[in-house]
Design a protein around this ligand. Structure first.
Ligand SMILES: N[C@@H](CCC(=O)N[C@@H](CS)C(=O)NCC(=O)O)C(=O)O
Length: 221
């Protein structure tokens, strides 16, 4: 039976891009369905009724939600380049850092550029501490996953591309090569991996996406 793989996502979304990276690492062909999250489709609400968020992977009609869960599903379902290591301890570490990106880093990094005044100063301080932790973790390694990219690297994609562009758009400087040399080496290695480089989201499109989101964030204040 021919496999049916569909991805409901949005081009500007780093979570969607995580899943696309995993599918590409495995060489899985898929159909992409662009979702407008400001006007959610009945399809999205049907397949992700709990969170109502993208991305959603549909494998032979079965929905899988939450990008990190989807990546593990892809890793377990298709052969090809492994995304998680085999060793249980190494797997646990990969999950730990992937979760750290989502639970700890996402909000402060976004807020460090999108908020204002005291809230922004606090977010910047927090973001700097978090980036230092990541810089230290990379001390003796090329990737969070070791010699090759893995779950935590894919989870950190918003740092290598999105966050740099947000800083450029807003003119807010949080991360610099001088402050986080290992992190910047990682960014360089990561975005130059063929699978990432060939699928990097065009910068101009992301600039437009962020301008819109930043305007929306200011308008709701
Ligand atoms: N934890 C989720 C986060 C996904 C997420 O935040 N998606 C955003 C787009 S980038 C979304 O669907 N937002 C719509 C909403 O929050 O209503 C994951 O890892 O998949």
């Amino acid at each position: 039976m021919a496999e049916e793989v569909m991805l409901i996502g949005a081009k500007g979304s780093p979570f969607t891009r995580r899943v696309e990276t995993a599918l590409k690492m495995k060489g899985v062909q898929y159909e992409f369905m662009e979702e407008d999250v400001s006007n959610k489709s009945p399809l999205l609400l049907k397949y992700n009724p709990v969170h109502k968020k993208i991305p959603v992977l549909l494998h032979n009609g079965k929905p899988i939600c939450e990008s990190l869960v989807i990546i593990e599903y892809i890793d377990e379902t298709w052969k090809g380049t492994p995304i998680l290591p085999e060793d249980p301890y190494e797997r646990a570490k990969a999950r730990f850092w992937a979760k750290f990106m989502d639970d700890k880093c996402l909000q402060p990094l976004w807020k460090s550029c999108s908020s204002q005044g005291e809230e922004q100063e606090k977010a910047k301080e927090e973001a700097c501490e978090l980036l230092k932790i990541l810089d230290n973790e990379l001390k003796d390694k090329k990737f969070f996953g070791g010699d090759t990219i893995g779950l935590a690297d894919i989870a950190a994609n918003f740092i290598s591309h999105w966050f740099l562009i947000i800083q450029e758009v807003t003119g807010v400087e949080v991360s610099t090569k001088d402050k986080y040399p290992k992190l910047y080496e990682w960014i360089d290695e990561f975005v130059n991996c063929s699978i990432i480089k060939e699928n990097l989201h065009p910068k101009e499109e992301l600039v437009a996406v962020f301008r819109g989101r930043l305007q929306a964030a200011t308008a709701t204040k």
